[in-house]
Structures are given as C-alpha cells and as structure tokens.
Write a protein that binds this ligand. Sequence first.
Ligand SMILES: Nc1nc2c(ncn2[C@@H]2O[C@H](COP(=O)(O)OP(=O)(O)OP(=O)(O)O)[C@@H](O)[C@H]2O)c(=O)[nH]1
Ligand SMILES: [Mg+2]
Length: 325
Amino acid sequence: MISRTSSMKLAERVREGHLRAIARLITRVESRDPEVRQAMAELYKSTGRAHVVGITGVPGAGKSTLVAELVQEYRASGRTVGIVAIDPSSPFSGGAILGDRIRMGELVSDPGVFIRSMSTRGTLGGLARPALEAVDLLDAGGFDVVLIETVGVGQDEVDIVRAAHTTVVVNAPGLGDDVQAIKAGVLEIADIHVVSKADRPDSNKTIQELKVMLAMSLEPGKDIWRVPVVPTSSEKHSGFGELMSAIDRHAVHLEHSGEITERRRQIALTRVVKVAEEIVRDNFVRDSRSQTEELLKMVTQREMDPHGAAVTLLKAMKEKIHEAH
Ligand SMILES: Nc1nc2c(ncn2[C@@H]2O[C@H](COP(=O)(O)OP(=O)(O)OP(=O)(O)O)[C@@H](O)[C@H]2O)c(=O)[nH]1
Ligand SMILES: [Mg+2]
C-alpha cells in the first residue's frame, strides 16, 4: 500500500507556507475527501488575515489578463498573492489552463504566487465550497492577498463574490450598448469598476456611462465608499497600479468605517449557508433516494405539497447528518 500523508500533517505544512501542501489539500477538498474535514477545521483558525478580492465580469471581459497584470503590481509592492480561478468550462484543475491562457509562465516559478484553476463541471450545488476552502488554504498559508476570478453569469459566481472583502467588476468596452448586461446584477455588487481594454476607442463611452450610472445610485453621507471606475489596458500596461491602489483604499475604508464587521458577517453567512445547502443536496441525491422518489411521486400527484415534502425530507436527514458530520 502506498503510504499517504495525512491531511493533518499537510495542514501543518500549509501553516508553514508550503505550496505543495496547499495544492494537495485543495485536491482533497475538491474530491470531497472526508478525511480532510478535521484538517480544514483546524486550519480555519489560522485564516482571516488575507485580503480577499473577487474579480468578476462577463466571459471575455479581460479578467484573466487583469489578474496577471495585477499580480505583478502586488509582487512589485512586496506582497504575496494566491489566485483561485473558477473555470466554468474546464474539466481539469491544477493551474495549467490559466497558466497557458494568460501566459503566467514566469509567475508560476515565483514562490510568492500560487495559481489554482478550479472546474465547476460535475459539481452539484457545491461549487462555492471547494473554491472558498481553497481561499482558506491560501489565507492560512500566509498569502497577503487572495484573488478569486469567476465568470459573472450565475448565482454561484455571485455567491463567491459575496465571500470577498472587495469585489472588482471587469467591464469590457461596449457594455453600455447592452444595458441588460449591467442590469444582470453586476453594477450593484462592485466595490470597484474596471473598464478593461482601455486602449480601444470605444472604452471612453463605457467609462462615461458607468460613471453616470454610479452617480445616479450614489447615496449622500460621509464615510460612504464612492465606487471608482478604473480604466486598464494590457496593451499599454496601464491602470493596474491604480487598480491595486483602489483595492488598498477600499480595504482601508472597510476598516475605518467599521463596514468590515458587517462584511465578515456576510461572508460567514454565505459560507455556512453554502455548506448547509451542499449537505442537504448530497443527502437528497445520494442517501434518501427511495424516500425522495416516494415523496416526489406524492408531490407530482398532489398528495403532498412541495413544502410538506421538504420538511419531511429534512426531518429524515436530521438523524443521518448527525451521524455523518
Ligand atoms: N486590446 C486589449 N485586449 C485585451 C485586454 N485585456 C484582455 N484583452 C483580450 O480580451 C480577450 C479576453 O481576455 P481574458 O483575459 O481571457 O478574458 P476573461 O474575462 O478572463 O475571459 P474568460 O475567462 O473566458 O471569461 C483576450 O483575447 C485578451 O487578449 C486589453 O487591455 N486590451
Ligand atoms: Mg479568464
């Protein structure tokens, strides 16, 4: 039998900042290895130091390009950066795809940078949990900043963003042509708006439109965070230092205004609800199959309403969850 390092042992190494241990525990978290739970609970005590930045935007907005540039700014300022990239299409994980796509070649060999691509394929309602536990691992591993890149299309992605201290929404030029894209929920979740590809002539229009929309939604008062609009261009390598400064200013604002307390509470809420959802779904699909089918039949035939069926299922699950967790 091949001997396997226990997750508890790996957790010790994570605390010492060993990248390989972080990578191995992320893999165990992704594969839902039950042996990892105790180690993650232990490691959670060492989290809460990193500044977590969610980076979202529609497909092709320029998120990965921005992440690569931003990482270099952080490195130049002497900070270490962990990156969790949620790739909705990728069946792989391990960082290869992100590495290829954004040509992070030189950063991969930098011990101050850790990149992990995580797939959303094959997950059932459990998308946020492994990604957020990867963030915990990077936090416990001592990374100063953790960036989460997600495509802003679905609820799960928005949930991930809700688990960040600062949310950056990346808007490509031409956004104003499709007001729906803005309405789809990205405007209000942003702490910072980026207009990417600012080398393109149509970017000015997008910058102006965003500023107008933000001015309209502005509430009066002091200690209010005024959402900045930061133009960036990877062609000109411009705007990324400004973006880093805006993120830093937002972090200071959270502390000074006391908003950080509410944000931490929100993050805790998102995390707890996500795990609870996952436990319920797992039980629904895996363990209570026969009872589930029976209940679904009753709901279909109007012998029971969905609420009654849900309560029945939860009661049945209660005992089982108690044993398993
Ligand atoms: N001209 C110009 N093109 C850019 C810039 N930033 C990104 N691009 C291009 O836009 C395309 C998409 O960039 P990505 O960084 O892969 O965008 P993304 O948001 O990560 O895309 P997904 O992960 O697929 O959602 C690529 O062809 C980039 O080269 C920029 O500042 N200027
Ligand atoms: Mg990308």
